[in-house]
Design a protein around this ligand. Structure first.
Ligand code: PMP
Length: 307
């Protein structure tokens, strides 16, 4: 259950959590054409708080909307400021932020006509997405029977609500089968991403991640690539197959919610030593340090605020 905060920002105003309601004929509820973001704020080492890469997330929200042909009736600056305002009014020193842009009610049928574009921003406290233990011990993963979207059927660069039907199918199947997360292949059979995370593998000290073909351009992915490069690692973006993953020395998922989660098993095969690997451990440590303002090199990724 999501832990309620006091207020939700809704179409430019702060309303009580329980009053942030919509009509059942809300267009997006029927057809899935809406876009959203997942952002985290962390308590920083100096006793303040900071949102991690807020601007990049807000820009991606606007890009996602543009891809779907949706015009957000606010500016990037307004949404940026509204996010900070919502965190502050809810007294959240750290937590998760969920902006959502959706098509309201009015016309029905697939064409949304002139229905209003509505925007809300909810915030709530949220711990480790795949569980605290997963960050240390890693997770068990199964290749999904569902492919990730073909790049010309759903727009994979858009964090579109409807895209997540595919994620739900895969996640529910994986959990029912006794695994923690699903690995999704693209329609050519190459490794794509998980239901809400990008993937990295490590082999002989070289770090590899999938190129931005069928995957969401993850902000955590980009951050880890930068951190790894700064640490002197070679990082390559290249398609790879599931059997290359099977024989990797290490593998991990990353995303705003999942942060850096080691993969200890794929399709009942142990990955490396079956635990958080050396590179994964280091990158996870550096990532948590960066998001908490512990590394001066990355403080321009942070939008500080005080409660
Ligand atoms: N892929 C998918 C499908 C996702 O939903 C997410 C989470 N937004 C990611 C990758 C990782 O993106 P980010 O690091 O920006 O959270």
């Amino acid at each position: 259950m999501v832990q309620k905060a006091e207020k939700i920002w809704f179409d430019g105003e702060l309303v009580n959590w329980d009053d942030a309601q919509v009509h059942v004929l809300t267009h997006t509820l029927h057809y899935g054409a809406g876009v959203f973001e997942g952002i985290r704020a962390y308590a920083t080492v100096d006793g303040k708080s900071a949102v991690f890469r807020l601007r990049e997330h807000v820009v991606r929200l606007f890009d996602s909307a543009k891809i779907l042909g949706i015009t957000i009736p606010f500016t990037i600056e307004q949404i940026h400021d509204a996010i900070i305002e919502t965190l502050k009014v809810n007294g959240l020193k750290e937590g998760y932020i969920r902006p959502l842009v959706f098509i309201g009610d009015g016309a029905m049928g697939v064409h949304p006509g002139a229905n209003p574009i509505r925007v809300c921003i909810a915030t709530w406290p949220w711990g480790a997405y795949l569980g605290e233990e997963a960050l240390e011990k890693g997770i068990r993963v199964k290749t999904s029977s569902f492919n990730r979207h073909h790049v010309n059927s759903m727009m994979t660069k858009s964090k579109a609500c409807g895209n997540y039907v595919n994620s739900i199918l895969a996640k529910v199947e994986a959990v029912k089968d006794g695994y923690d997360e699903a690995l999704m292949l693209d329609t050519q059979g190459y490794v794509s991403e998980a239901t809400g995370e990008n993937i990295f593998i490590v082999k002989n000290g070289v770090i590899k991640t999938t190129p931005l073909t069928s995957v969401l351009p993850g902000i955590t992915r980009a951050s880890l690539m930068k951190v790894a490069t700064d640490l002197g690692y070679e990082v390559v973006e290249q398609l790879f197959t599931r059997d290359e993953l099977y024989v990797a020395d290490e593998a991990f998922f990353c995303g705003t919610a999942a942060e850096v989660t080691p993969i200890c098993e794929v399709d009942n095969r142990t990955i490396g030593e079956g635990k958080r690997g050396e590179v994964g451990t280091l990158l996870q440590k550096e990532y948590f340090n960066a998001v908490k303002g512990g590394n001066a090199k990355y403080t321009d990724w942070l939008d500080y605020y005080e409660i």
